[in-house]
Design a protein around this ligand. Sequence first.
Ligand code: IVH
Length: 671
Amino acid sequence: MDFEAARRRVEELRSTIEEHDRLYFQEAKPRIPDQDYDDLKTELIRLETVWPDLARNDSPSLRVGDDRRPGFKTWRHRVPMQSLLNTYSEDEMRAFHQRLVRAAERDDLQYVVEPKIDGVAVSLTYEGGRLVRAVTRGNGIEGDDITENVRGIRTLPAVLRTEVPPGIIEIRGEIYMTTEEFQRINRQREEAGQEGFANPRNLTSGTVKLLDRTEVAKRQLAIVLYGLGYAEGLRLGTQDAFLRLVREWGLPTVEKTWVVDGIDEVWAAIEELDAMREGFAYATDGAVVKLNSIAAQQAIGATAKAPRWAIAYKFAAERAETVMRDISIQVGRTGVLTPVAELEPVRLAGTTVSRATLHNAQELARKDVRVGDTVVVEKAGEIIPAVIEVNLDRRPTGAVPFEFPKECPVCATPTIQVEGEVARRCPNLDCPAQVRRRVGHFASKGSLDIDGLGEAVVDQLVSRKLVNSLSDLYRLTREDLLSLDKFAEKSADNLVQALEVSKTAELRRIIHGLGIPHIGAATAGDLARAFPSLDLLLAATHDALVEVEGIGEKSAEAIRAFFDQDTNRTLLDELRHLGLNPSAPEASSGTGGVLDGKVFVMTGTLPSMTRNEAKVMIEAAGGKVTGSVSKKTDYLLAGESAGSKLTKAEKLGVSVVEEAELRAMLDPDRA
Ligand code: IVH
C-alpha cells in the first residue's frame, strides 16, 4: 500500500467509525457486531502507526464515543471515564500479561477477574454518604446528568450504609436490564405493534435517557458498581478491597469475582465464568481482567483512551448457520403478525434451536430472507434467537422473495398496516388465534389465575367454538367441559369452581386480564388503586387517567381507546351480567401503625429517598398510597418540582407535607 492508498483508507475508516459511533452511542442502534467495529479501529490504529504523517489528534482511534444528548445538563467527571481495550483470544490475553510483566519488572502479578456487564456506564457521586449525582460517560470528560432516572433504581441505596462515609466519592458502574425485564418489555411492545428493542443494552441506554419519568418507572433498571473514580480521604490497597467495601456499603456489585495469581489462573477464571454465565440474570458479554494492586495500577498508568492495567476479554457472540425450511406467521393477542423462521435444528449457546424470530414484515423485507436460504442465527444470553443475516453464497437457485401474507393466516381477514406501526395486524377481533391468546392471557397467572385453564384446554375450547370471547368462559357448563379430551367429572367440576371463584378476583387482576395494549400488571395495579371499580375506570377521562402515578399519555390513550370500542363495552356488560364482580383493592392492612388508614399521594422529587422507598415506609406504618388527589386523600407528600397534584391538594384543602414531616410522623420520638 502506498501513502496515497493509505491516506484514502484512513479517511474511509475514520468516517465509517464515526458513523458507527453515532449509531452506537447516540441512537443505541448498532449495525455491526462489536468485533467488526474493533477490527475497523485496529486497522486504523495500524495504519496510523505505519504512516505517522496520517495520525491526527482528533482521530476516532483516540476517542471513546460520545453519548451526550441535547436536553441534558452535563457534568465534568473528576477523573475521566476511560474505556477498555478489547481482546478476543487467549493469545491476546497472554500478550497483555506479558506487557504488564515487562512494565512491572516482576511476574508474580495478581489479578481480579470480573464479569463484563453489557449495559451503560455511569459514574455516581456520593457526598457525605448521600447520592447526589449520576452521570453518563459522555465523551469521557463530561457526561449527561441522569440522576433522577438513576434514583428510581430499586436496588441502589440513596444513602451509603456506613457511619463514616468519605467526603466525596465517585463510583463507576454499569446500568443494565435483566433478560427477563427486557423480554417483558419487548412482548408488550410487539403486542402494541411497536418495534421491539434489539437487545437489553439498547433498551437500557434508551431508558436512562428518557425525559419522561413515568415512562422510566415502567421499566425496571438495575445497576452494579465495579470501579473507583475519585475518592476524598479513602485509601485502598486493592481492587478486591474496593469491591468488598462497596458491598459493605450496600451497593450492588457483580455476583462473582475471582482473585487470581498469574495468567494461567486468569484464563481458568475466564473459562469458569463462560461456563456459568448462562445462569446469570443479565447478559454478560465478556470478562474484565484488572491488576489487583492499586499501587501497581498507578505505576503502570493509562493511554489517552484506556488504562494499561486492565483489559476486556469478549466472548464470541453465539451464532450458527442453518437452513430455513419455512416462514410461519404467528398471530398475537392484539392481532399483530410476527414472522418466525422454521429452522433445521441447530446447536446454539447450549440449546437446540429450531425457530428464530424475524421480528416483523419490514425487517424480513430488509434482510430479504427467502425460504430455503441458509441463515445466520444469533443468540445473545437468554434472549430469543433471531435471524441476523442470509448467507447469499448458499442461496438455492429459484428462491423467491417472501411475500408477506395480505390475509390473516388463521382467519383469512385482510390484514392492515396501522399508521406509525411497523407491524401488520389482523383486525378481526373474533380471529380464533386472537381469541386463544386473549383467553390464555385472561386465565394466566398474572391475570385471573384460573386453575385448570391452561393452553391445551384453551386450544380445545376455542377450536370447538365453545369459547369465542372472554364472556363465553362464564357460559361454559359442566357438560361442555366433559366433552373435552382428558376431562373427567372431577376436572370438570374443579374448572367450573375455579371459574366461579375468578368472578370475584381482585380488580387489578381483571384489568390486567382484559389485555389493554400498554397495560401491564403494575399499571393495572395503579389503575385499580386510583379507580376502585370497573365503572369508575370506564368513566375516567384522559385527564383523570394521566393524573395517575405510572400512567403516561400513551397508556391513557390506549385505555380510553379500549373502553370506547363498542365490542369492549359489550364485553364488559356481558361479563357483569354473568356475575363478574371484582373485589375492591385491598384496604389498608390495619397494622395498628402510626399511619393506619391514612391515604397519601406523592408528587415531585423527594430530597433523600425515592418515591418507592417512601411508599414502602408509609405502607409499613399502615398507610396507603394512591395515585391521584381527591377528597379522600389525607396527605400530599410533596418534593421538589411538585406538579398539578399540589395545586389540586391546595384547592381541596388536603394537608401538604414534606419528607421531613413524614419522617417525623413515622418516628415521633426523634422529631
Ligand atoms: S472497569 C477504566 N469493569 O465495559 C475503565 N468495566 O468495554 C474501567 N464494563 O467502559 C472499566 N463491566 O462500561 C469495568 N466489571 C467491569 C465492567 C466494565 C462492564 C464496561 C464499562 C467499560 C466497558 C469497556
